[in-house]
Design a protein around this ligand. Sequence first.
Ligand code: KIV
Length: 281
Amino acid sequence: MKTTTADFVSMKKNGDKITMVTAYDYSTAKLLDASGINSILVGDSLGMVMLGYPDTLSVTMEDMIHHSKAVSRGVENALVICDMPFMSYQTSVYDAVANAGKLIKEGKAGAVKLEGGAEFKEHIEAIVKASIPVCGHIGMTPQSVNAFGGFKVQGKDEDAAKKLVRDAVALEEAGVFAIVIECVPKKLAEYISKLVSVPIIGIGAGNGCDGQVLVYQDMLGMYSDFTPKFVKKYAKVGEIMVDAFGRYIDEVKSGVFPNESHSYKIDDEVMNNIIEWGEKL
Ligand code: KIV
């Protein structure tokens, strides 16, 4: 059954934890959907884990549309949420609505996610008015990495914690259906989860949230550039891949692969005729 934004809200009410993982391509999205995940996030983290940038700032609308389309083609049931990339909504309310619309119309996403708190209330309200579901994102918002001076835990002192609480309330008032809260102390995230009616999806925010999200390359051990403390590795897929690539290289070099079972046959008579014909060339 297709997961909707309304399901997110009823899952929170029923205490049923919401599961979300990122994907950026058709095959991974199909596997995730088959696993029964509630939601797939086409995160702008694709800038780092798919495109090799040091942060998410270079990601474009074209990148997001391209990957969102691919993911959406692989999904039957999960809710596909697509990130609004850096400078696609910060510039004006008009840009925010126009670009959110593109992610839905061209990217085929079911909802959009954007980073920031009360300062983007007007932008979110306008997108929601255009009938586009919005997921908020507060705490360690990677598009603000330069303003934060690095990927750092947020909301640790009283002022910062109060700002996070105010931001969550502002996003709820603006009409978001969920809020991702990244890299904040567990007790603060738990407090915010109880305070607001919309589901709080945590990443590096402890288990008191209404759901969890992880980047799939992180949880499968496929991205070694940087692993935050909050990541749990559920498999060593990176090691399995390097081992398989290595065995392939060995077998190609030694002639073990491909064998008869991987090869196509031709009738002996046809082949003999080709050889005879070739000799006369
Ligand atoms: O871009 C992304 O993958 C995200 C998650 C880390 C929440 O925003």
